[in-house]
Design a protein around this ligand. Structure first.
Ligand code: GBH
Length: 505
């Protein structure tokens, strides 16, 4: 993986001189089902601000974004988009875009400041999410609520290492989940437990690019930590699903699942069996790691067992029974997807803390072709054909309907643009258009059931280690005045969903 993993945008790349894997397509505005849901997505720490308002407790992102020297491009989420104080305005904005749904996350330490199962509930925090949910429902916007989008209560790391202690974390997460189901579940019927367990495990506990920033340089055992963290997430997810299914679903009639991210991987050499196998193995190490136990109720992929040996935790008989019991309760596959890469199998043996299946990820293949035009982030290239292939890969392996819970991009150079330039986001309009065409092809040509789509993101926000330098919003945010201005892409999404869905009535 490159050093630029989650970093600021790369302005050096020369888009004009590149040759792409396949010729860029024109947007065709292909049809979508009449009942296809669309909306926007955000995460608590990225937009809320109000970092210490109304007794909110500290999360690992409050800690991480205040480290010196900065690991977040000099920025923090103390104020962010100030959504905590502008929630009514933001719901109005969404309503003006005509969204059907809004995916947001709950800040655990806002509702339980210390996070633990015996710790006090902060009623002010509960009130904030009650207000948000009620505002959404008054505008007929369906909330999709993520319990965990990366902001663990700091106290849980201090007490027992959070994800590194499976039984303690599970018990605390069960209580947090139960609190949310019981306080919001009369109105919230679409739940997501965790956002992107791969990123929590690898970026949080291997490269250390994201909070809590564990890596080998800071003295952590990167041979084992990520797999322990992943194990904890899988088991805690299943435990929350079990609680929902037995205690809440019978009266609340909602659904629950998890959101997994992942690139699609093309073999670096399309004609080599070795690199074809490398691409498949990379997908299994990225996605199968979580999706096999969670959606199939089986062990980790065989390739992972074979290669990781004792580094990979075993599921106890009780954990295995829990996974088998809850697998079919997951309502759909929640997919965050942005881009495609080339996978190149490396000669064995792998480095001792390898987490990829001994595969190198590249933007160029053996013929020197790029996977697609580059966006405002060096890792994010426009590759709608890879998206369509990933939809097929997931459907063929898991046979679950798919909801795209995040998709989007920053435009090249956007972080240095004036407001006027930034709202003319034709690059993003093109990206959305092509990716929606890919969904249409997957549905009508390949028979993959895709049921909904959330654009990342409702508005420009705190982009983790890149701070405010990467803008993914369909709404521009001026970080001095906090003024929101719709970009062209917001109006495009409103129009294209109306048109695409009409085409199929
Ligand atoms: C999502 O994560 C998050 O859910 C969201 O909070 C975030 O704002 C959004 O995407 C945009 O980044 O390995 O060098 O190729 C996406 C996580 C970030 C994972 C970039 C892969 C690629 C770096 N992805 N990362 S590299």
């Amino acid at each position: 993986m490159s050093a630029n993993m989650f970093g600021a945008e790369d302005t050096v790349l020369q888009v004009d001189n590149e040759e792409w894997l396949s010729e860029p397509r024109e947007v065709e505005d292909l049809p979508l089902p009449h009942d296809f849901l669309w909306g926007t997505a955000t995460a608590a720490y990225q937009i809320e601000g109000g970092a210490s308002q109304d007794n909110k407790g500290k999360s690992i992102w409050d800690t991480f974004s205040h480290l010196e020297p900065s690991r977040t491009n000099g920025a923090n989420g103390d104020v962010a988009c100030d959504h905590y104080n502008r929630v009514a305005e933001d719901v109005d904005l969404m309503a003006s875009y005509g969204v059907d749904t809004y995916r947001f996350s709950i800040s655990w330490s806002r509702v339980i400041p210390f996070g633990g199962r015996d710790d006090t509930v902060n009623e002010d925090g509960v009130l904030f999410y009650n207000k948000l949910v009620d505002l959404l429902l008054s505008r007929k916007i369906i909330p999709i609520v993520t319990l965990y989008h990366w902001d663990a209560p700091q106290e849980l790391y201090d007490r027992y290492g959070a994800f590194l202690n499976t039984s303690e974390f599970r018990a605390d997460f069960e209580r947090f989940a139960r609190l949310c189901f019981s306080r919001f579940g009369d109105r919230v019927t679409k739940w997501v437990t965790f956002n992107e367990p791969y990123i929590i495990s690898i970026f949080g506990h291997h490269s250390g690019v994201l909070a809590p920033g564990h890596n080998a340089a800071s003295g952590h055992d990167t041979r084992t930590e990520p797999w322990r963290v992943g194990h904890t997430i899988i088991v805690s997810h299943a435990a929350a699903v079990h609680i929902y299914a037995t205690e809440f679903q019978p009266t609340q009639n909602g659904s629950i699942t998890i959101v997994l991210n992942g690139h699609f991987y093309e073999p670096w050499d399309a004609n080599s069996i070795e690199h074809q196998a490398g691409a498949q193995r990379r997908l299994e190490f990225y996605i199968g790691w979580f999706a096999d136990p969670i959606f199939l109720g089986t062990d980790y992929p065989a390739e992972m067992r074979a290669r990781l040996g004792s580094r990979l935790p075993e599921f106890s008989p009780d954990e295995m029974a829990l996974l088998r019991n809850t697998a079919s309760t997951n309502a759909y596959y929640g997919m965050n997807h942005y881009s495609t890469k080339f996978a190149r199998a490396l000669p064995d043996p792998p480095v001792e803390d390898d987490c990829t299946g001994n595969v190198e990820e590249l933007a160029t293949n053996n013929k020197g072709k790029m996977v697609g035009p580059v966006s405002g982030m060096a890792w994010l290239r426009v590759a709608p054909d890879g998206f369509r292939k990933l939809l097929n890969w997931v459907w063929n392996r898991y046979h679950l309907p798919i909801v795209i819970t995040e998709n989007g991009c920053p435009c090249p150079g956007e972080s240095n643009m004036s407001l006027e330039q930034a709202i003319n986001d034709d690059f993003r309009v093109g990206y959305f258009g092509l990716y929606l065409d890919a969904i249409s092809r997957a549905i009508y040509e390949d028979g993959v059931p895709v049921h909904g789509y959330c654009a990342w993101s409702l508005m420009d926000n705190f982009e983790w280690s890149a701070g405010y330098s990467a803008r993914y919003g369909i709404t521009h945010v001026d970080y001095d005045t906090l003024l929101r201005t719709p970009k062209k892409s917001a109006l495009y999404l409103k129009r294209t969903f109306n048109e695409r869905r009409k085409k199929h009535e």
